[in-house]
Design a protein around this ligand. Structure first.
Ligand SMILES: [Zn+2]
Length: 111
């Protein structure tokens, strides 16, 4: 299981979940109800989280959701993709960990 997306806006998380399910990727939302109980108290701990059940689906899910991030979150800070020093895989800028080998990002590396 891997968390792929977290947002205070449950509608958006639910939308991304439906996108993945349509593509046949098994996923579920954590904290689906706790946020409603805590309306007005923005705590990252209680944001609804979209989680991928099968780790091998993670990259496919990213490929599906990344274009949507740009549409859905126009104000999001765009970070450059980075190259993993361990496996040389290209990792989207918003991740601080390599999706493939879990290497932690070290500083800002130009790609
Ligand atoms: Zn890697």
């Amino acid at each position: 299981m891997k968390e792929i997306f977290s947002d205070p806006d449950y509608t958006r998380v639910g939308y991304f979940e439906s996108v993945l399910k349509e593509a046949g990727i098994r996923c579920y939302i954590q904290n689906a109800y706790s946020h409603n109980l805590l309306t007005g108290i923005p705590s990252h701990l209680f944001f609804p989280k979209l989680c991928i059940i099968d780790d091998e689906d993670y990259q496919a899910a990213l490929d599906l959701l990344n274009p949507l991030y740009e549409k859905e979150i126009p104000g999001a800070v765009q970070r450059a993709d980075w190259a993993c020093p361990n496996c040389q895989e290209s990792v989207p800028g918003e991740f601080d960990q390599c999706w493939k080998c879990d290497t932690i990002r070290l500083g800002d590396q130009a790609t």
